[in-house]
Design a protein around this ligand. Sequence first.
Ligand SMILES: [Zn+2]
Length: 65
Amino acid sequence: MDNLPDDQPSSQADQKPCRSCGKPIDPSDPCYPFCSDRCRLVDLGAWFNESYRVSRPLDEVDELD
Ligand SMILES: [Zn+2]
């Protein structure tokens, strides 16, 4: 199957997936490793959520007895 579309540049091999949405992005992009500022904020927000969840006290565990 050699019917690759012409809009697939050979340089795509140099692209990396956006860390937030997985969309291919050129490492030379100012937003790298994200495809946009929005994805960067989404990833940052997810990181804060994860950090907040881990640092929460597990008070509910005492109720399981
Ligand atoms: Zn993205």
